[in-house]
Design a protein around this ligand. Structure first.
Ligand code: NDP
Ligand code: 2IT
Length: 448
């Protein structure tokens, strides 16, 4: 879909000029702009207030050196990032990605998406994202700790419980958050909820570990229900085998589906009997090994090299939970050809624009990332509430709140799509609903 609104075309031109060489960021902005065309026509007051011109420019971008010493005594240098994108509706909030592919364009695309996602959660959180090109693979615990401490030695001066609250993302889990929290506390001499995804003994929330994957399935089940379907009895393919993929597998299975495939960046496993999640948790969470290990204990399962082949497995529902642009046009066409009727995104921006076009033109149910994977940050918001109140809720309490939030996110997407004459297009609905709340706040706060 090409933009037709003159004003949006102009702003996008400026974005492209200012951010040349950052294709993922431009892709994320373009997708949102395409959804906003009817809003811009109906709400000239927001254009007048310069909301969109301001929204595309991060409030602050921090880039810093992260020196650390490896196990051989050699100095290593990585680059650290924190993009504080938008604070109109709350403190900056978003994860930290540790992956060799990280550069400023990745962090900006993720931070931009986070603004709308956080808005949809109904909780008061602005958008931000951070990370580093550090590669955690093959590093010892000691190296991970020294990296995390060095990263925080600069980052601590820019964040705070009421200012900017980082969390996990690719390569950042409970271990990394623990090391970062320890260093923050030491440097500031204060114990606050400055990070989420913390360990349960020092302020972490029950159900945060499960939240993104569980939330993805709660959102998807709502979307299926609204269209006379459900997870029960369906075959599901899930990419990735990290935090999001593991807990999506667990919840989809609990809801009656059979998950038959998982992957990592090297390849994918197919188990026609349904994935044995206890084995996956042991390999990934305890031993930190590769997914191909699965077939050594599961002789009926098959491992295939190369991660994109996973989309050639016939399924009813696909849940991409690995990384950006992991489903291209060809993979989307394969899914359709094999009878897949729903794609719901656990990863951020896992589908290319051409893939999304294939879903929409073939009438698939499409749950866009910024709505479908918002359960993680929503539960981070619940962790912040518990930290501020200095109390902790039970797993059941947090899970019930998460379910309520995911239902309300689906409702917002559905209603916004209907209101703008785009019924069933939950991507447009998510972008519009997420945008409007932030836009009203930005307009009310004046030109800042
Ligand atoms: P993890 O680091 O726990 O797992 C990432 C998984 O994706 C691994 O299996 C990894 O394989 C695979 N992967 C990562 N990069 C690539 C790549 N370039 N090509 C192929 N596979 C890749 O991360 P999460 O599960 O936390 O995150 C997965 C996705 O979900 C990301 O897009 C993230 O932004 C998003 N997300 C995460 C949330 C959270 O709460 N954690 C919340 C909302 C969204 P390998 O081990 O080989 O690298
Ligand atoms: O992309 C995301 O929403 C996350 N990585 C979670 C962010 C958070 O603050 O919990």
């Amino acid at each position: 879909m090409a933009l037709t609104n003159e004003y949006l075309i102009g702003v996008l031109e400026t974005v492209k000029k200012r951010n040349a060489g950052e294709p993922e960021f431009i892709q994320a902005v373009t997708e949102v702009f395409e959804s906003l065309e009817p809003v811009v026509e109906r709400r000239p007051d927001l254009v007048e207030a310069g909301v969109i011109d301001r929204l595309v420019e991060p409030e602050r971008q921090i880039i810093f050196r992260v020196p650390w010493v490896d196990d051989n005594g050699k100095t290593q240098v990585n680059r650290g990032f924190r993009v504080q994108y938008n604070s109109a509706i709350g403190p900056y909030k978003g994860g930290i990605r540790l992956h060799p592919s990280v550069y400023i364009g990745i962090i900006k695309f993720l931070g931009f998406e986070q603004i709308f996602k956080n808005s949809l959660t109904t909780l008061p959180m602005g958008g931000g994202k951070g990370g580093s090109d550090f590669d955690p693979k093959g590093k010892s615990d000691g190296e991970i700790m020294r990296f995390c401490q060095s990263f925080m030695t600069e980052l601590y001066r820019h964040i705070g419980a009421d200012c900017d609250v980082p969390a996990g993302d690719i390569g950042t889990g409970a271990r990394e958050i623990g090391y970062m929290f320890g260093q923050y506390k030491r440097l500031k001499n204060e114990f606050t909820g400055v990070l989420t995804g913390k360990g349960l003994t020092f302020g972490g929330s029950l159900a945060r570990t499960e939240a993104t994957g569980f939330g993805l399935c709660y959102f998807t089940e709502e979307m299926l229900k609204a269209n006379g379907k459900s997870f029960a009895g369906k075959t599901v393919v899930i990419s990735g085998s990290g935090n999001v993929a593991i807990y999506a597998t667990q919840k989809a299975t609990e809801l009656g589906a059979k998950v038959v495939a998982l992957s990592d960046s090297n390849g994918y496993i197919y188990d026609k009997n349904g994935i044995d999640l206890a084995a996956v948790k042991q390999i990934k969470e305890v031993e930190r090994k590769r997914i191909k290990e699965y077939v050594t204990t599961h002789p009926d399962a098959v491992y295939t090299e190369g991660c994109s082949g996973i989309w050639s497995i016939p399924c009813d529902i696909a849940l991409p939970c690995a990384t950006q642009n992991e489903i291209n046009k060809e993979s989307a066409e394969l899914l359709v050809k094999n009878g897949c009727f729903a794609v719901s995104e656990g990863a951020n921006m896992p589908s290319t624009p051409e893939a999304i076009e294939v879903y929409l033109s073939n009438g698939l149910l499409y749950g866009p990332a910024k709505a479908a994977n918002a359960g993680g940050v929503a539960t981070s918001g619940l962790e912040m509430s518990q930290n501020s109140a200095r109390l902790s809720w039970t797993f059941e309490e947090v899970d019930a709140k998460l379910q309520g939030i995911m239902k309300s996110i689906f409702k917002s997407c559905d209603e916004a799509a209907k209101e703008y004459g785009l019924e069933g297009n939950y991507m447009a609905g998510a972008n519009i609903a997420g945008f409007l709340k932030v836009a009203e706040a930005m307009k009310a706060q004046g030109c800042v």
